[in-house]
Design a protein around this ligand. Sequence first.
Ligand code: GLC
Length: 523
Amino acid sequence: MAAHTSDDWWRSAAIYQVYVRSFADGDGDGTGDLAGVRAKLPYLAELGVDALWFTPWYLSPLADGGYDVADYRAIDPAFGTMAEAEKLIVEARGLGIRTIVDIVPNHLSDQHPWFRAALAAGPGSPERELFHFRPGRGEHGELPPNAWPSQFAGETWTRVEDGEWYLHLFTPQQPDLNWAHPAVRREHEDVLRFWFERGVAGVRIDSAALLAKDPELPEFVEGTDRHPYIDRDELHDVYRSWRAVADEYGAVFVGEVWLPDSERFARYLRPDELHTAFNFTFLTCPWDAARLRASIDDTLAEHAPVGAPATWVLCNHDVTRTVTRYGRTDTGFDFAAKRFGTPTDLDLGTRRARAAALLSLALPGSVYLYQGEELGLPEADIPLDRIQDPMHFRSGGVDPGRDGCRVPLPWTAEPWATPWLPQPGDWARYAADRQGGDPSSMLALYRRALLLRRSQPGFGDGGLTWLEAPEGVLAFAREDGLCCVVNLAAEPVPLPAHRALLLASGPLADGLLPQDTAVWLRA
Ligand code: GLC
């Protein structure tokens, strides 16, 4: 059960991701801010979430939506002040909601004082040792030191005026830090303490498996077992010392760890490392009963040996929104397959997203919701001249980028400011004020589901038993007779014997569970 007071709240929590820039706009300038979040705390409490994860809210030139941090100890003035952040943390806690901040250890902003000092100090300086500066190859150093693939398409090295090159796995505005340097480690442990001292209960670790680099910077060779920068063994030492810091404060970590290998993934979740990591296998899984069941089984099996709870995630600020993804022919997620103009059936996607909500909220462990998921927002088409995401530009324009899931939320059917990314013309229908009073809305479903999840036995951390079910149907039992049944097959199916029907994601048909519908039962 999602308890508020116990130390292991994170094992069962429902955590709501706030992309501050697009959540709620307190001052009417079109950009979300902390005043907006504070004003919406009652909404979040009514929704019934246990914690908020804030994407980076620090001082940033916003070359990558805030994942280019210029100062970890300052709030970006577009969002507010440190005093407001401190108030927000306390106010949220007063409503039973904990705060998780986002730390981006792989890189800094090129505007961070460390990088500016490194540029000014020149080749061979101690300031440059904090990053990966190297001379180029070729007769005049005109070629980059290696040909590592970027996480964002395009080049991973940029040449500076004095001829040296620096490494950036993402954009040139995000120089990678040198994690073999003790000052880099010290600084991040200090930053952790800075936020824990302010009452933060957890930290999300951005690109958590990318920090350590092979010091020789060798070429990446497909098929070799050790990658020059993904999932290197020396990283675990970093996380063990982070864990010791977190333990002093009773704080927790969630790692952004995209790794296909279950055993390698689970290493990050050993008892003296990270508490949890995002479940990207589930997030990218197509809407298919056999594939989902396999993904759930694999997830539980990979977590079991290290005793860590699983997390369940349907979308976030980087991927296609759930109702859109499930309304397409390819219902999985793959960055490489994101293209303009993919045909989408939003009614179908919405039905499936409602069922997926009940599925993910009933699975053992904690669950993440991304702002707007509770409103059933689709991915928005952003006019080409308004796109800001560097992923779009670095793909040569073929990838629409991630702005489509980052459009400011429609709180009211009548917008009161011009949002920094345009809302599609028909978004009044998704407005929170319209959905609030409509019992059939996505918002009503999430409120009801989260209320049951926190007030009734059987949810959150624990085990799962599969029940016998027809092909295309997922049925499982949790403790205390709680059952979840999801029908992904074409034919309606009878419900298993039950004492009470707690919640359904859509109408039943003559007592049968129709396609793309889920129910929670008490047996
Ligand atoms: C993570 C973030 C993403 C960001 C990238 C670089 O994947 O979720 O938004 O662009 O790291 O920091």
